[in-house]
Design a protein around this ligand. Structure first.
Ligand code: IGM
Length: 452
């Protein structure tokens, strides 16, 4: 990021007097104080804790200024709402650097499609893309403010938890091209119906403009939500964009389309990935890439690791695996989402929580606090693993629905013996706890359906 303190203060209408401050250029903006390094701007957000509590830590780590919603004894930019200021700054920065913006949303495969589009465009342009699961009202502005100065193409993933989320993100990002991969197949979460999911995803038109192209599935459920005179291209069997041939191999896939001469090969299996790759190829064509460049981009795609995804256990149970970023807020948010989802018929809901690492001296309290976010009305059992989760186990005061394990093997055995075919089970914890090994064990011999 290349913005000066005075420039930022002007853009976000900081309310305090900054005349005493030197006008330095800010390198990065961070809301996790552990990521702050020398010369950075800190953004206190209200996550599992109030970020204002971590301003001191941010300055100890090298921050030279912080947003703040109240007067603090540190150099600060005083605003009404830190998040709104952050989002306003992102919109300004995006307009200043003015890359071409490609927006991607959809219930299935949006992360894979975002990765494929970025891999294709990187063959010809300086391209930046959403990292990890940074696809919401915090992650999207964070992505914009972290793009390299020379970025020509910016590929933004837009996630939706509630109605209106995508409209907001689209208005912030003002995309030049938008892609909707698929409309909800399962787990309606806070949306209530597939129709509401379709309406929500079509909110991507809000910041697009009818002259810019929307690429969307043939699924008629979206038809009622297409803006008048919207430039739209549909994909699917018999549509303008369609697959004409598909050959699946164990670890790769080859396919043809009705708009490319070449056969395309991607290093990942699954028919839905052929569709995702077809969309990426079409975006590449629209951006002026040759078929040769498109082929190369798709053959070398780097998929986002450890994204939040629904998988299937060997016995048929639904697994929600979110082992990407185990900070207190992400853990609270995924618990809220998982507990909102109705159980499968004759099924139970189970949660596996492992330590959230590197949380410093407030770690014990942050782990114990998770008890406030566990709804024992809907959970059959909570499995805790790791020395820090002992704090949560103690806080549960012998609740029989809460069990604790010292080792991953004991945890795995307990889950394997409890888990029933119609159950749903959530896994959440820091990468370092290696929960993915437990997921892999109960997933054995079952193809996973990637949703993210
Ligand atoms: N609450 C809280 C904390 C964090 N929260 C977040 O990073 C965070 C993550 C998320 S998120 O859900 O992970 N995410 C962000 C990117 O886009 C997708 C969604 C969100 Cl939405 C909001 C916040 Cl505020 S990071 C963090 C804390 C509290 C503790 N901090 C370290 C620390 C420990 C002890 C100390 O004394 C000082 C600092 C690290």
């Amino acid at each position: 990021m290349k913005l000066t303190i005075k420039e930022i203060a002007h853009v976000i209408h900081a309310k305090n007097d900054l005349s005493a401050l030197t006008d330095q250029t800010i390198q990065h903006i961070e809301f996790d104080s552990r990521l702050i390094s020398s010369g950075d701007l800190f953004l206190p957000l209200k996550g599992a804790r109030d970020g204002h509590d971590f301003i001191e830590t941010a300055f100890q780590n090298g921050a030279i200024i912080t947003f703040s919603e109240k007067k603090v004894p540190y150099p600060h930019l005083l605003v009404e709402d830190n998040l709104l200021a952050f989002q306003t700054l992102a919109k300004y920065y995006l307009a200043k650097l003015a890359p071409t913006v490609i927006a991607v949303t959809g219930s299935n495969g949006k992360t894979t499609t975002k990765d494929m589009i970025a891999s294709v465009l990187s063959e010809k342009f300086s391209t930046y893309k959403t990292q990890g699961n940074h696809n919401n009202e915090i992650g999207l502005p964070y992505t914009i403010l972290h793009m390299p100065d020379a970025t020509q193409k910016l590929v933004l993933e837009m996630g939706m938890d509630h109605p209106g989320d995508i409209d907001f993100l689209s208005r912030l990002a003002s995309p030049d091209l938008a892609v909707i991969t698929l409309i909800g197949e399962a787990h309606l979460e806070f949306m209530g119906s597939r129709k509401n999911i379709a309406k929500g995803k079509m909110g991507i038109q809000a910041g697009l403009g009818i002259e810019n192209e929307l690429i969307a599935p043939a699924d008629p459920i979206i038809n009622a939500f297409i803006y008048d005179n919207q430039n739209i291209t549909r994909f699917g069997s018999g549509e303008k964009l369609s697959l004409t041939k598909l050959v699946e191999h164990k670890e790769k896939l080859s396919f043809n389309t009705n708009f490319l001469e070449e056969t395309i090969t991607i290093p990942i299996p699954g028919k839905y990935n052929a569709t995702n790759a077809m969309l990426a190829a079409y975006v590449g064509l629209k951006m002026g890439l040759s078929e040769k460049e498109i082929k190369k981009g798709l053959a070398t795609v780097q998929l986002t690791k450890n994204r939040t995804e629904w998988k299937k256990a060997a016995n048929g149970a639904d697994i929600l695996s979110d082992v990407y970023n185990a900070n207190p807020t992400a853990t609270r948010l995924i618990l809220e989402t998982f507990q909102t989802i109705s159980p499968n018929k004759n099924g139970k809901k189970r949660v596996v929580l492992a330590d959230m690492l590197e949380l410093g001296q407030s770690s014990a309290e942050l782990h114990a606090h998770l008890l406030d976010h566990l709804d024992f009305e809907c959970l059959e059992k909570v499995y805790l693993y790791g020395p820090l989760m002992k704090n949560l186990y103690t806080a549960a005061h012998g609740n029989p629905a809460v069990v604790y394990f010292e080792t991953r093997d004991d945890l795995t055995q307990a889950i394997k013996s409890d888990l029933q075919p119609n159950d749903q089970i959530l896994f959440k914890g820091s990468n370092g706890m290696k929960l993915f090994k437990v997921v892999e064990t109960i997933e054995k011999n079952s193809p996973s359906s990637h949703v993210s």
